[in-house]
Ligand binder design. Structure first.
Ligand code: ATP
Ligand code: MG
Length: 233
């Protein structure tokens, strides 16, 4: 087995609805991504980007096919592996278009919510969160409330939160959509640096072609099929 593979997708299909009202969004998807890769996912609105991301994140059940994360099969033709929710909380981080920080919790509380939910000890979580906040240059904001930070700063906190449970994979659905060009590029550079330094695989949905040169691979959805292109180094 190739231990450098972060995720392998085989014959994946997703349809919604039944019989007459059935629509197939993703058909016969086959690809694999390596550890530490920075991957863009592009396609027109309604093509199935969020649907694909939610299946990869074990949030949405596929119709058929197989998903392997690391060395673990999480979905195999209608057999959803039972502890997939635990795996999702531990191995996968999410970043959304809007940061979705909880407004009445401070930054530190927002970031530590998931690790504590995973029953990790404060002795382990606190130093990890401090390291992440130092890394993102946000350590002076630990006690701030989300409303006291700018949109770009909150998006960096959302990245910190996605990193807080030490994930192998981060799924990001248009993480820069709410940011201006300069801040979008600074967030992208940060995400790329994370893939390199922490060996995390990041799959990022984007509508912004200017961000594609920063990525290692570009996944696109054409006529329900997934196409994968490698960017030249
Ligand atoms: N729960 C659902 N039930 C029925 N149809 C759905 C459901 N979720 C998504 N769809 C359909 O699947 C298709 C793909 O939706 P999806 O949200 O994945 O698109 P997207 O590429 O993320 O679009 P956008 O760029 O606008 O976010 C759409 O036609 C949508 O209507
Ligand atoms: Mg979407």
């Amino acid at each position: 087995m190739n231990t450098n593979i972060a995720m392998k997708i085989e014959n994946l299909e997703k349809s919604f609805g039944v019989v007459d009202s059935k629509i197939t969004v993703i058909k016969d998807a086959n690809f694999s991504l390596n550890k530490g890769e920075f991957v863009a996912l592009v396609a027109p609105s309604g093509a199935g980007k969020t649907t694909l991301l939610m299946m990869l994140g074990c949030v949405l059940e596929p119709t058929s096919g197989k998903i392997t994360i690391g060395e673990k099969i999480v979905y195999d033709d209608k057999l959803l592996v039972k502890d997939d929710r635990a795996l999702r909380r531990k191995k996968i981080g999410f970043i959304f278009q809007n940061h979705y920080l909880i407004p009445f919790l401070n930054i530190e509380e927002n970031i530590t919510l998931l690790p504590y939910q995973n029953n990790e000890s404060p002795n382990v979580v606190k130093p990890r969160v401090k390291e992440i906040m130092d890394y993102l240059n946000m350590s002076d904001k630990m006690k701030s409330m989300p409303s006291e930070l700018s949109g770009g700063q909150n998006q960096r906190i959302a990245i910190a939160r996605a990193l807080a449970n030490n994930p192998d994979i981060i799924l990001a659905d248009e993480p820069t959509a709410a940011l201006d060009k300069q801040r979008a590029i600074s967030v992208i550079k940060m995400l790329k640096q994370i893939t390199r330094e922490k060996n995390v695989t990041i799959i990022m949905v984007t509508h912004d072609d200017r961000l594609l040169p920063y990525c290692d691979k570009v996944l696109s959805i054409k006529d329900k099929k997934i196409d994968i292109k490698e960017n030249k180094k």
